[in-house]
Design a protein around this ligand. Structure first.
Ligand code: 9WN
Length: 453
């Protein structure tokens, strides 16, 4: 190992340590890492799951803290929020006062009203397996698994009311890939003219990400008008999930979210089994159902898994983004699908760029190498692709690609540091700096796959 890499490993640990917040809520002390002190000063759901997967390699108990803190704000109906707020922080917009969720908060713990991709159970499986002190890990597992089971029951009940196997996402922020080209068509149906003046004023007055960060790397104003309009609509339904899922102007069956949903049910079933919980078989049947539903979304002609625009007549969405690789992590694929995706990852004009994997295919007319989820390479998205390829490692090409992407991600972060995302065609760092999940994804990849090379 070169000195530089030894130093980068230490730096990654330091990023996670420096971003760690210790907070007392209702006489209990919690510890979690914020995504980045430059802007994201609260706790995010899927970020925390990734933090845990990185932290476990140097502090097993601390890894569980991320999930323990996350579930402290779980609502009575099982919902876990995209953001659990730190009431002492003001920097981030939209903060706790913009959501109108107060009536649902548990023991006064402030949260947003939407969720994010259900990574926590996956993280729980990984951190449990990586823990060397299994007695302690099992005790910690017992603390978090009942809450994660209730969260999955919430998603199944309210987000898959048709029992189709695919859960519905009601806000682009729920997808985690906020301004992905996949949401262009569904969002275009919400005309900017139809958005009430008070929503636009609120955004104009309070939006802060474009001032604290680089404007060109962030979503557009029209995106933010729509994001906050949706929050306004959900507030008017008093966060009643049944009403929201039925009437939201934005409702999609997202391939990435559902791939992680399938994989998360596999993890949860395994952990429930470990704890002798008889609900393991129900959760396992959800995994089977979602896997089948995902395979049926593969479009061989276009070479993508198609999302569905539920709010607008169940229209298919065929945008070519890195979401299409993640069903492989859940084994929701056939050999032909795997071969077709391998070709895309190898092709320089699609996903095989200088620093892969771009979040949108270079060949897509929507590709923009600077803008957020429309082209830049994200370490966390690489972690998903690496895990997906690893799952298919019987296929030699997948194994080779896995090692190639691990190597390039480690080298790039070693050279460029821990930014939120990166230019896929040059060595430019983008987004906010000193980012926790970039550090955690680096540590996870290095410890799981990097050392064997
Ligand atoms: C909205 C924290 C989060 C990530 C998301 C990423 C970005 C928030 C924002 O930052 O979203 O949730 O304000 O832009 O898109 O994936 O969880 O890192």
């Amino acid at each position: 190992m070169n000195n530089n890499l030894t130093q980068t490993i230490e730096n990654a640990k330091n990023v996670l340590a420096q971003n760690t917040v210790t907070l007392t809520r209702n006489n209990k002390t919690y510890r979690y890492a914020v995504p980045s002190k430059e802007f994201y000063v609260h706790q995010w759901l899927w970020d925390s799951a990734i933090h845990a997967m990185g932290i476990v390699h140097f502090d097993e108990e601390r890894a569980f803290d991320e999930i323990i803190s996350l579930i402290s704000g779980q609502w009575k109906n099982g919902f876990i929020a995209q953001i659990t707020f730190n009431p002492h922080e003001q920097k981030y917009f939209p903060g706790p006062s913009f959501w109108g969720t107060d009536d649902h908060w548990t023991d006064g713990i402030p949260t947003s009203g939407i969720t994010q991709p259900p990574l926590p159970a996956i993280a729980a499986e990984y951190i449990y397996k990586a823990s060397t002190n299994k007695v302690r890990a099992k005790k910690l597992l017992q603390k978090i698994i009942p809450a994660l089971k209730r969260y999955h029951q919430f998603l199944k009940k309210y987000r898959d009311p048709e029992d189709s196997g695919l859960v519905t996402v009601i806000h682009p922020w729920e997808s985690g890939t906020d301004n992905s080209p996949r949401w262009d068509a569904p969002l275009a149906k919400i005309s900017i003219d139809s958005i009430p003046g008070h929503v636009k004023e609120l955004v104009n007055k309070n939006r802060s990400d474009d001032k604290l960060g680089t404007k060109e790397h962030r979503p557009e104003f029209d995106d933010y008008y729509r994001y906050m309009y949706l929050v306004d609509v959900f507030k008017s339904y008093k966060w009643d999930q049944k009403q929201i899922v039925k009437h939201s102007p934005f409702a999609v069956k997202d391939i990435l979210f559902n791939a992680l949903w399938a994989r998360a049910n596999e993890s949860l079933a395994l952990l429930l089994h470990e704890l002798n919980d008889t609900d393991a078989s129900t959760v396992s049947s959800w995994n089977d159902q979602t896997k089948k539903a995902l395979i049926s979304r593969w479009d061989a002609g276009r070479g993508v898994y198609a999302d569905i625009d539920v709010a607008h007549g169940n229209k298919d969405i065929y945008e070519d983004t890195s979401a299409i690789f993640v069903p492989l992590w859940a084994n929701a694929c056939t050999e032909d699908i795997v071969n077709s995706l391998v070709k895309k990852l190898q092709d320089k004009n699609q996903y095989g760029t200088l620093f892969p994997v771009p979040s949108t295919s270079v060949s897509s007319p929507q590709f923009n190498p600077l803008k957020y989820w429309r082209g830049p390479t994200w370490a966390v998205a690489n972690l998903f692709v690496v895990e997906s390829l690893n799952r298919q490692q019987k296929n030699e090409a997948c194994k080779k690609l896995r090692d190639n992407i691990v190597g390039k991600t480690i080298t790039a972060i070693n050279n460029m540091g821990f930014n939120e995302y990166f230019h896929p065609l040059s060595d430019e760092r983008l987004g906010f700096g000193t980012f926790s999940w970039t550090a955690a994804s680096f540590l996870h990849m290095y410890h799981t796959y990097g050392k064997t090379k």
